[in-house]
Each structure stands twice: as C-alpha cells, then as structure tokens.
Design a protein around this ligand. Structure first.
Ligand SMILES: *[C@@H]1O[C@H](CO)[C@@H](O)[C@H](O)[C@H]1NC(C)=O
Ligand SMILES: *[C@@H]1O[C@H](CO)[C@@H](O)[C@H](O)[C@H]1NC(C)=O
Length: 555
C-alpha cells in the first residue's frame, strides 16, 4: 500500500510542479508587454560592457509602453543570454536569475513584479543582481541551469545554485532576496516606522527585546535567517511594540502578527531557534489560504500536514467564506484550511481528479500530506460539520476516502461489476473464489482481454463457488486494490485467503489457459463440464504444455 501512496504523492507533486511551471498558452507575440530591452546591471564593470550591445535605453524610456518608473525599474534587470549568462553568474556574489518564455502568460505576469523588485532592491542598496534569460531563444543556457518550465527563478551565491523558495509578487521577491543577502531582520525604531510598516498588511514576526543582544536575541536572528518568506521585525522601544501588539507588552517577547481577526499570537516557548522556527512555521499561514500554483510549494512544505480543501467557484466562495473562516479558527496551527478556485481549471482539475471528482459544485475534501490519505466531507456544508470533519481528521478518526463509481443498481450479469464501494462485499467474500479483471479506459489491450474474460465467464457460469468480476481501476479505489501492477490485470482472490495478495494470471492468455489457471489456483475445486474434459488431467505442467500446442490460440 505504501508504494501506491508514494505514487500518489509523486502524482500530486507532478501535478503541482506542472501547474507551477507549465505554460500552456499558444505562442503569441506579447513582446510589447514584456520588458524586452537589453539592459546592464547597475555596476561599473568593463567585463560586462558587451552586455550593452544592442541596448537602446533612450528608445525604451521614450516608449509609451513604459511609465518612467517602469523604465527605471527595467534598467535594473540584466538581460542575459547563452553567451554571457555564465560570466554574469560567476561575476556577482548574488544573482537571481529568471528563466522565462516570451509567449508564456505566467512569465508575462511575473516580469513586471521581477522588474519592480529589482528597482526596490537597488534602492535599498542590495548587492543582488536580477537577471532574466529568454530560455526559449537561449536553449543552451536554459539547459545548463536546468530551466525547464517558465517562469523559473534560480538564486546563485558566488556562482553556486540555490533553490528559490520565495513568492512571486514584488514584495515577496524583495523579502526573500533580502533575507538571503544578510538582511534577515528590519529594526523599527519609531512610531511612524511602525505605522508605515503595518499599513503594508504583511504577516510579520516581531521580536521585542530590551537590547538587541544576548542569547534570546541571537535565537531570534537565527530563526529569521532560517525562514525564507516572512518578514521579521525587531524593536526595543515600548511605544513601538505597543503599536504592533495593540496593548502594552513586556520584553523579551516574540509574536506573529497577521492582518486577520486573531492577528496577534504570542510565542510561549523557550527561546531556542528550533522552537521559534516551529512557532513561526505554524502561525505564519493565514487562517484561510487560497491555494494556487504560486504558493503551493509553501503550503506543501509546511509542517502542518493536515489540509481541509474547499473547492469552489468565486461566487460560491463569497457565500461560504465566513462559515469556512469560522471553522478554521478552531484549528489554528493544527489543520490548514485551503481554498481552491475552481475557475482556475488548470490548477483545480488535476486536484479534483485525485478525488475522482469532476464537478462545479463546491466540495470539501481533506488531505493528510504526510501519508497521502484523502478524506471527503459527505455531510452538508455547515460550520459544525466542518469542525467535526477537521476534528476527526486531526484525531485520525476519519475514514479514508476512496474514489468509486456508483454501485450498479443491477449486477446480475455473468461478469459482476465491482466499484470501490462494493469491492469489500463482492471481492472480499470469503466463501467465494473471485476472479477479477481490472481494466482502464485508456488501455489498448483491455478490450481484447475483456472479450476473452467474458468467454471464460460463460464457461464457468454454473460454478457457484466462483465469481467472475471486473473493475475500472482508474475510477475505483480500495486499499486492497492499490497494487494493481498494470492494466489489464487478472487477479484471483481465493476463498478463505482474502487477506493475502491475490494471485495474478497472465493477462495475454486464451480463455482455455485461464481456465487451467483457475483450476490450479481456486480454493474451492469445481467440477468439470463436458467441454472441459480435455483439461481434467491437465494438472501437470507437461500436459499443460502439450495442450498449448493443441489449442488454437484465439489471440
Ligand atoms: C562570496 O565570495 C567572497 C569572496 O570569496 C566572500 O568574501 C563572500 O563571503 C562570499 N559570499 C557568501 C555569501 O558566501
Ligand atoms: C490594509 O488593510 C486595510 C484594512 O483591512 C485596508 O484598508 C488597506 O487598504 C490595506 N492596505 C494594503 C496596502 O493592502
């Protein structure tokens, strides 16, 4: 079972990384909206002068597609290519490289953010160089730096590659880069600075100390450096701390401040880096997070492994948001409450498919991101039901969800239809030998094998101890069906031995060979009808082999 769960997690990761990186838009010329002017880093360096070739700064600033602020920002981004990228990366202590595709919508959305971040970082005197690479037209550089999807951000420290773990808005890029370049904490000294900081509405970890030294302060700084995306601020002035806490507080104190109802959470642990880090990890997420391709890494990387997911279209979400928020409050730091916008189909459809769902109606599901177990809210969307759902999930009391087609109303055919929900009843029936044919809609050989299976079923229809059954393995799940090696699979679950693994038959066999297989492997022997006489003594391998030469293969 573990193997299949692992497969599921991989699938989820693939789904996520595909949605993060894949650009499905058709090739169009959006170059007029891109920052496509060649630019140089704001660094006097002769080696890099050839970067300036072809640059037309005047034209760029004059162009009416740029406001002057944008034009200024654009000058802070170096345009690199196959020839010079390596040299640029080697040259600078810190480089944030953006690999983009000119026709990619997501690249197009990121570029202005990237450009604005470059300007801001430059204003702050940050030593980083932000560089962009048209990965489509510079394939060897793209290959060298493993830029496979667009957009991709890669960070380099003294030429050594590091994973970019920040967000994709200008603020998030700036915050992440500042942390990586040694500005882990901002010191706030006046009421004005405090108010201006708070007006940005960002989540912040605040440290209020008597002095900016000592072991407690050291631990705070170390935690700030280790954390990738949250703003850390420190202060020693009581009036400043009071503005953040909205009440008077005493040092030393660490807290997370967010722009939401329960916005101030005080740290109660001992001042070790581990405890501070874990406190921040658990408390930095908002009560509700709209999960999308941009923050998926952060959400799936969180130590909070239990997720409640609301799939909804915008209108529906507006209607239920307050209920959802109400339920989320009780599970702060325990269960992450996520919202997935069903209108973002590229992202939501694969996630829904994991639950076997294809719907526009709001649904609530659960995920344990540690073991891949899925859950499903069957009851109505009420605050109480949501709370019970999350509480049971937290307590490990929720039945794991398996996807299933509806149980067929009529199931009296020669080959019974098995779905997730009746698997237990039909296949696990200890009094019967069950021969199960597992197929998938996309499997090319399944149809043929299905016909052979039907033929065999006709042949054994009078055997009361034997059930012939089939199951669409794509649409139906059951813990005991998890290890279907491939499609089609023919699996025998012998009577009285349901707890051990099924016996697999060769799926390319003729119906006669399958009959021999059944006779050799069923727990309850069945008598031989006239037609079968030829097989009655076929127990030994030698005779079976002889038979093979006599039987006219149908396949
Ligand atoms: C990069 O290399 C320089 C020169 O060797 C060194 O002084 C600096 O500390 C290095 N930067 C980082 C972040 O390791
Ligand atoms: C911050 O939040 C307040 C109140 O919720 C809002 O009026 C303001 O526009 C927000 N500011 C920013 C920069 O988002």
């Amino acid at each position: 079972m573990a193997q299949r769960w692992f497969g599921f997690l991989l699938l989820l990761l693939v789904v996520l990384s595909v949605s993060i990186h894949c650009c499905h838009s058709i090739q169009e010329d959006h170059s007029h909206t891109l920052v496509n002017e060649d630019q140089v880093p704001s660094e006097d360096d002769d080696d890099l002068e050839d970067l300036e070739e072809g640059m037309d700064l005047d034209a760029q600033i004059a162009s009416d597609s740029f406001s002057s602020a944008e034009a200024l920002a654009a000058t802070k981004v170096a345009n690199v290519n196959d020839k010079d990228v390596e040299r640029v990366i080697e040259k600078f202590e810190f480089v944030l490289l953006l690999g983009y595709a000119p026709w990619c919508t997501q690249s197009e959305e990121l570029l202005p953010e990237f450009t604005a971040a470059a300007l801001r970082l430059s204003q702050l005197g940050n030593p980083v160089l932000l560089a962009k690479l048209d990965a489509v037209n510079n394939p060897s550089a793209a290959a060298q730096y493993e830029i496979q999807g667009f957009p991709t951000l890669v960070f380099f420290v003294n030429g050594t590659r590091e994973q970019y773990l920040g967000g994709y808005s200008r603020e998030e890029i700036v915050r992440w880069v500042r942390k990586k370049t040694g500005h882990a904490v901002t010191t706030i000294t006046s009421k004005e600075e405090a108010e201006s900081f708070l007006s940005k509405n960002v989540t912040a970890v605040l440290g209020y100390f008597e002095t900016l030294e000592g072991p407690e302060h050291d631990a705070f700084i170390a935690a700030a450096k280790a954390e990738a995306e949250t703003e850390f601020v420190q202060m020693t002035v009581a009036e400043v701390a009071q503005i953040f806490a909205e009440s008077s507080i005493l040092p030393p104190l660490i807290a997370v401040r967010k722009q939401e109802p329960e916005h101030f959470t005080t740290f109660r642990g001992s001042f070790s880096i581990e405890e501070i880090a874990s406190f921040v990890e658990i408390n930095k997420h908002p009560l509700l997070t709209v999960l999308n391709s941009k923050n998926a890494n952060m959400v799936y990387g969180s130590p909070m492994k239990l997720h409640v997911l609301l799939f909804a279209e915008k209108m529906d979400y507006e209607n239920v948001r307050s209920l959802y928020l109400e339920a989320a409050k009780d599970f702060k730091g325990k269960v992450m409450f996520l919202v997935i916008d069903m209108e973002d189909q590229e992202f939501s459809r694969p996630m829904l498919a994991v639950y076997g769902l294809d719907t526009n109606k709001p649904v609530v599901a659960g995920l344990n991101n540690e073991d891949g177990a899925r859950y499903f809210l069957e009851s109505d969307f009420t605050v109480d039901n949501l709370k019970t759902f999350a509480a049971n999930m937290y307590a490990g009391r929720l039945p794991v969800y398996y996807k299933s087609e509806p149980v067929p109303a009529e199931n009296e055919g020669l080959v019974k239809i098995v779905v997730g929900k009746n698997f237990e009843e039909i296949v696990m029936d200890d009094t019967k030998d069950v021969f199960l044919y597992v197929h998938a809609p996309w499997c090319a050989t399944c149809e043929k094998v299905g016909r052979v299976f039907e033929k065999l079923a006709k042949h054994v229809q009078d055997v009361p101890s034997l059930v012939m059954a089939k199951c669409d393995g794509q649409e139906n799940e059951h813990p005991l069906l998890l290890e279907v090696p491939n499609y089609p699979s023919l699996l025998l679950y012998p009577a009285g031995r349901k707890s051990s693994s099924p016996i697999e038959a060769e799926s390319k066999a003729t119906w006669k060979k399958l009959l021999i297989f059944l006779k050799e492997n069923v727990a309850i022997p069945f008598p031989v009808s006239n037609d079968d006489e030829v097989f009655s003594n076929a127990a030994s391998r030698r005779e079976t082999a002889e038979l093979d030469t006599l039987i006219n293969d149908e396949l």
